[in-house]
Design a protein around this ligand. Structure first.
Ligand code: ARG
Ligand code: ZN
Length: 499
């Protein structure tokens, strides 16, 4: 390993800010560690895959074209997702024993085959699978690493819909993910609280899925847990049934498309605090009771931040409801789980709140076609969160000059070509954010806003790629603006501060 140095954004944010209480923790390292000991692969202005195979099977919102087997061609995560089908809906029936950290579950997955399937894969890590059925018939199955390989009694015809039912149980284990070297991802159980933080690969720690952002689906969560606890998941709470045996079953429905890494449940001691925006959007926040009054004040800006992005993108908030859940302990991060962002108790500052709300547009509604494009999430959320505070005349904990200073003192690589262990690093957040700042300075506010609105309008509810963003910049603002964007997205050299 070469040149490894790790600095939490706690440090970075403090350097960017006049506010000593900043607790945003996002980029995890400031320098590139090349996993094979070689220099990162960088060419002049050209996107390259610095890790793994070239990504030829996924592009520009297209669907991947790999057969009934493992992987969809993600250059960072070759075995993530599966070929041969697309999921339409996940219905997850989850009995959660928080004290024992046990899950007893049935996943019912409705999918459509994109080719004839005599076998197919789901992604699942650990846990014991007790039975699998396909279209009501028992199916045979194998486990190989984190793949659940299913052989239905009859092959599934191409283009036909099918339903898979997987019964499974056990203690979910969080997953070591090469993109998040300092944390584990997925299911977590801590201090009487179960929560989920899956980005990028952790969904497979708690349900079988086609675990790649290229396959979005709707979700239902039917959670049974101790009646003293509150069970929260993505979407709208539909039902709450007291089973009369000390347990309660809570049903949540996510009727908009969602990627697996944004699926989340939370079971613990939470207090609901509700409000509505002027437009009637329901905001339901879940806070640890001991901190609920203070947190209610901290999160009061939510409605105004939503207004700001609705105006910037010229489009309504993408989902039926929004809210945040705050854990009763520090985690060092927040994560934009769709309609219900999770915040550690140490990550409830205004900047982080705005950042996670922003992700509901960039990241959740518009998802990446492959993980190498992550700057389209984190660069956008970093810069557009700053723009909210700038627009409202408020101090922003992260701003262009501070980002630039942090980039100048670290190792810089284009955010569109970082290696996998920099997925959540400084370049993706800050150089990705500066890419948008440089574009805005170059083209002016009106053209910048038009680029944002067109990018969102063309990709809402679907996926986008760096190439598509580049094409929109060129279409709206011309070749010179694209050159500016490319000088920030690619290459080892940090461009001069935009003025
Ligand atoms: N997407 C999250 C955010 O910026 C970062 C998640 C990092 N994950 C982690 N387990 N530390 O908003
Ligand atoms: Zn983010």
């Amino acid at each position: 390993m070469r040149r490894t140095s790790v600095a939490f954004l706690l440090v970075i944010a403090a350097a960017c800010s006049s506010d000593p209480d900043v607790t945003v923790v996002e980029p995890v390292s400031t320098e590139t560690t090349s996993t094979d000991g070689s220099e990162p692969v960088v060419t002049d202005g050209e996107p390259v895959d610095s890790v793994g195979e070239p990504s030829t099977t996924i592009s520009d919102g297209d669907v991947p074209a790999v057969g009934g087997r493992d992987g969809v061609g993600d250059s960072f995560y070759p075995s993530m997702g599966n070929g041969g089908y697309f999921v339409d809906d996940y219905s997850l029936n989850l009995d959660v024993d928080v004290d024992g950290n046990e899950l007893d579950a049935t996943a019912t997955i409705s999918a459509t085959a994109s080719e004839e399937l005599s076998t197919f894969h789901l992604d699942l890590h650990g846990l014991e699978v007790t039975s699998v059925g396909v279209d009501g018939q028992p199916a045979t199955f194998d486990r190989e690493a984190d793949e659940l390989i299913i052989t239905p009694a009859e092959p599934i015809a191409s283009e036909s819909a099918f339903e898979v039912e997987v019964d499974y149980e056990g203690t979910p284990e969080p997953i070591a993910d090469p993109g998040v070297p300092l944390d584990s991802v997925g299911w977590q159980n801590r201090e009487g609280t179960v929560y989920v933080a899956s980005e990028p690969s952790g969904a497979k720690s708690w349900f079988p899925s086609n675990n790649h952002p290229s396959d979005k689906a709707t979700f239902t969560f039917v959670i049974t847990a101790d009646s003293d606890l509150t069970a929260v998941a993505n979407g709208v709470r539909e039902d709450l049934v007291d089973n009369g045996d000390g347990t309660t079953t809570t049903t949540w429905n996510m009727s908009d498309q969602m990627t697996t890494y944004l699926a989340a449940i939370y079971v613990g001691d939470f207090e609901l605090r509700e409000s509505t925006t002027d437009d009637g959007l329901r905001i339901r926040n879940y806070f640890p009771p001991a901190f609920a009054d203070d947190l209610e004040d901290d999160f009061e800006l939510t409605a105004d931040v939503i207004d700001f992005y609705e105006e910037l993108f010229g489009a309504d908030y993408p989902f039926a409801e929004y809210g945040s859940i705050v854990l009763p302990f520090s985690t060092g991060f927040a994560l934009e789980n769709q309609t219900i962002s999770v915040h550690g108790l140490d990550a409830t500052d205004p900047y982080t709140i705005a950042h996670e709300i922003m992700h509901q547009w960039a990241g959740n509604s518009v998802t990446v076609a492959q993980w190498q494009d992550i700057w389209l999430l984190e660069g956008f959320a970093t810069y557009l969160a700053y723009m909210y505070f700038e627009d409202r005349g408020l101090n922003s904990q992260i701003e262009p000059q501070g980002m630039y200073s942090a980039l100048r003192s670290g190792f810089s690589i284009g955010p569109a070509e970082v290696p996998i262990d920099e997925l959540f690093g400084l370049s993706v957040y800050f150089r990705g954010g500066m890419t948008l700042h440089a574009l805005r300075v170059d083209v002016g506010d009106d053209a910048f806003q038009e680029i944002m609105a067109v990018y969102y309008e063309r990709n809402a509810g679907e996926r986008a790629s760096t190439e598509e963003f580049q094409a929109i910049v060129e279409e709206i603002a011309g070749a010179d603006a694209l050159d500016v964007v490319n000088s920030w997205l690619f290459g080892l050299e940090l461009p001069p501060f935009p003025e």
